[in-house]
Design a protein around this ligand. Sequence first.
Ligand code: CTP
Length: 441
Amino acid sequence: MTKESTSTNNRLGDVHAPSVLIIISGGVSAYKALDLMRMLKKAGIRTPAILTKGGAEFITPLSVSALSGEAVYTDLFSLKDEQEMGHIRLSRDADLIAVIPASANMIARTTHGMADDLASAVLLAADKDVQFYPAMNPQMWANAATQDNIRTLRKRGIEVIEPDSGEVACGEVGKGRLPDIEAIYHSIINKLSLSQRTLPLSGKHAIVTAGPTYERIDPIRFIGNRSSGKQGYAIAGALARQGAKVTLISGPTALDAPHNVKTLHVESAEEMYKAADSALPCDIAICCAAVADWRVDNQSNTKIKKQEGPEGPALTFTENQDILKYISTHPNKRPAFVAGFAAETDNVSENAQQKLLRKGCDALLANHITDADTVFGADENKILYVSAAKNEAQTAPHCEPWDKQSKHGVADMLVRKIIQQLEKAAPLNHTSPITTKLEAI
Ligand code: CTP
């Protein structure tokens, strides 16, 4: 199979956008291809798609085209599709072809060189790298027929990615789950060799703090808070997807580390500060952690026993280093963009503006806490985005209310702001179709 590293033709006029042809075959996990297409689109990668007959049993052509913003192809013999783009051109225009999910049937048909539907004809005519992401029942995966087919495909140069183990849609447990979408995203980015050259934040280092801190009282007790870490983890993932090298410094949370992110686990504010200081220098710092303002300076090495009488133990406190302020005001390692978060119960705008000035950061994302249960641990967030005055004519910080949205949505909006701000200071990546990317995010 002849391999080319770049496509020669695309439909975006003078801006070359990398393109992955996504073939969606039948399987319950077909809907996950939609999430993947959304992520790739945000990175400025085009995702024309072919939905097989089996795939169309699980998702509709309309949902695919709505997400990709491109035509979705379904039928080899559709006159309209053949006029617009023949099946040969479909594979020629892509930089990579990814089959997600790849059903056992799709794998078998490709192995035997079938060409009686659009997906298999495109694969037979392909002159680009092809990746298969299988997802199926564990018995179907383990079956000798499937395993023989996979060996054949691999011998022919097709990359077949091992599925994950766990409970599959039918309730059986074993190998056959589609890998995590973030993992697929990074595998595609690596395959396209984009991380080094075309993503907007390639070559940038970002530090993100997330989660709560635990301040030890004795070996058993601590003072903590209700931060879940979800917002910080979402930001770390979104920065990594735009090509940044990310160091996530996390207090104790129940979350899995995001893909392609170096995650350092800490407990106390002091450990978080030391980890952040050692991770400097960076270009971007996002302080999302709910850091304890004080630590107990008379911690006990043994369990404090209940005292006789009404008074509790006499704890004394020392103030912790303010990590956000430390990074924002660093004399020689001040990152180009620093942002913090603020949870406020009243006077949100006024408090947030004052906090931004006090901490010296470029932006502060403020939450109005009316009911703590709806913020801590929740999947959605409502933000007032406060940014520092841009010039001397504008004296006060600028406030921009964002719609209530998922924490991933907030992360994407913040990353878009970061890209815009860095782009103003210095063009980020001349090889990247940055305008396309910003529109897409
Ligand atoms: N922050 C930090 N280090 C600290 C305290 C806070 O990095 N020791 C960061 C948080 O990660 C957050 C921002 O500062 O991004 C605001 O935190 P907040 O607790 O609201 O700030 P405080 O200065 O403690 O203000 P308040 O008096 O409202 O608690």
